[in-house]
Design a protein around this ligand. Structure first.
Ligand SMILES: Cc1cc2nc3c(=O)[nH]c(=O)nc-3n(C[C@H](O)[C@H](O)[C@H](O)COP(=O)(O)O)c2cc1C
Length: 179
């Protein structure tokens, strides 16, 4: 197997991070891999916001927890929506862009693979996408400079791995070769 295929095979979601910040060159490499993704008609409308200020991430956690509980989803006291990772990458795109989910998802997968190749843990974090239009969450997005007309496609938590998660088997019956 070549290095790229090995990286793809090794990628797994990390849910326990060390608090230290990853190196700037590692973050830059991951962000560049993100924007290297394909985009519909090469419009390149989705953007990545790398949130490195822990107080923004903690504010988001509190707001998301409150909104989720108002919706009847009880969260534990220890709840932290991005598992205390030092960096949250928010991928968003303009709401008028009908291909932002596809474009943003390609960016996120590139981010996960680049992180894996650098021995950095990562995980798709969904809760912000589901709560972004509630005022108290949107106010925090505004403060972080995410444009008013952007919709969050998904997020990636990024950081050095504290505790390894078990690798999940992938169901190969989903592959079909049609001759
Ligand atoms: C669209 C999408 C949303 C996800 N949302 C979350 C999430 O909010 N929190 C989380 O811990 N994992 C989330 N995941 C990660 C999945 O749980 C994970 O990919 C799956 O369990 C398979 O494990 P693996 O990534 O280690 O192969 C999400 C993955 C995808 C593709």
């Amino acid at each position: 197997m070549n290095e790229t295929l090995q990286t793809i095979a090794q990628r797994k979601s990390c849910r326990s991070y060390r608090s230290e910040m990853i190196k700037d060159e590692e973050l830059q490499a991951i962000l560049k891999a993100g924007i290297q993704a394909p985009s519909a008609m090469n419009r390149q409308l989705c953007e990545i916001y790398a949130i490195t200020n822990p107080s923004y991430i903690d504010e988001l956690t509190e707001a998301i927890k409150k909104v989720s509980e108002e919706r009847g989803e009880k969260k534990p006291d220890t709840y932290h929506f991005s598992y205390h990772a030092p960096i949250l990458l928010i991928v968003s795109g303009p709401e008028y862009d009908s291909r932002r989910v596809e474009d943003g998802s390609c960016m996120l997968e590139n981010i996960f693979l680049a992180a894996t190749s650098l021995n950095i843990g990562s995980c798709w974090i969904n809760q912000l996408r589901d709560t972004q239009d509630v005022d108290e969450v949107r106010n925090i997005l505004n403060k972080m400079g995410i444009p008013h007309n952007h919709q969050v496609v998904g997020c990636a938590s990024i950081g050095y791995v504290n505790q390894e998660t078990p690798t999940k088997d992938k169901n190969e019956n989903r592959i079909h070769i049609v001759k």
